[in-house]
Design a protein around this ligand. Sequence first.
Ligand SMILES: [Zn+2]
Length: 338
Amino acid sequence: MTVRRKVFGAGLAGLLAAAGLALLAPSSGPAGAAPIDGGARMADSCPNGYVGLTFDDGPNPSNTTTLLNTLRQNNVRATLFNTGQNAAANPSLVAAEAAAGMWIANHSYTHPHMLTLSAANMSSELSRTQSAIQAAGGGTPRIFRPPYGETNATLEAAASALGLRTVTWQVDSQDWNGASTAQIVQAASRLTDGQLILMHDQYATTIAAIPQIVAGLTSRGLCAGMISPTTGRAVAPTGTGTPTTPPPSGGSCTATYSEGQKWTDRFNGQVTVAGSNAWTVTVTVTSPQRIINTWNAAVSWDSTGNVMTARPNGSGNTFGFTIQHGGNWNWPALTCRA
Ligand SMILES: [Zn+2]
């Protein structure tokens, strides 16, 4: 899928990018025609670096497919820390994770408190998981995250012997602890270059947060990256030693945003879809914005009210909406799938 947003003229855009400024406010520059291809994640789109979106404890029959679809729809790749027992029980989901372009990592076989185990049993937990993921078509993991983040030198030596770099996280989404979607989004807003956020495979609250997390990262000049097996930090997906699975292509359509009328408290936006007559466009606004009116599309909302899904309603391939901005003039993030 492709996401296009009209931005300022190339000269001004380059100048602002060089100054490290985000290209956000619809009212602060002349309209131009140079599109940014969000799908390709050009280097210029990630001026402030990369963060690692991570999801632990899968794959689960109840949730992993939804997680993968949501990640694909939002055009991001994540690192999935699978347990060996779940990989062995759900090999087709491991294969689906790989096919979706995700990086699959090791999260032990039975999810024990690893530091209570003998060194031999630590090694067994790790190596059985490598085998289960490999057998399912998930490749050979290079990254290990110990359950509960509990690690020590003995465990890290056992991991290293299998070619695994041990990582934990810098930001805990608290999704495992009952955090709301808004709280998960808020946690992700603390991420800075190189950092990893802990999330889990099995919570609807986490999945509902993904569009807003991605919109927030984009607005801060950050992109979702892979975890470097060398440093354990999030880096550009093109770094050395990386998985080579390309991002999924998804359906082919393009959604282009254009500005409409502006008032002191609200503004209109219009989205034109090209490439398909059977499209689904997600429009994600960031708090405190609210979409208060729409036209020429059939729309539905996620539980947060920040993510609107629009489909054709017989009025053609251009639809519009009014955003009550609450002081936030940022354009909404768009994704299109056909
Ligand atoms: Zn876990």
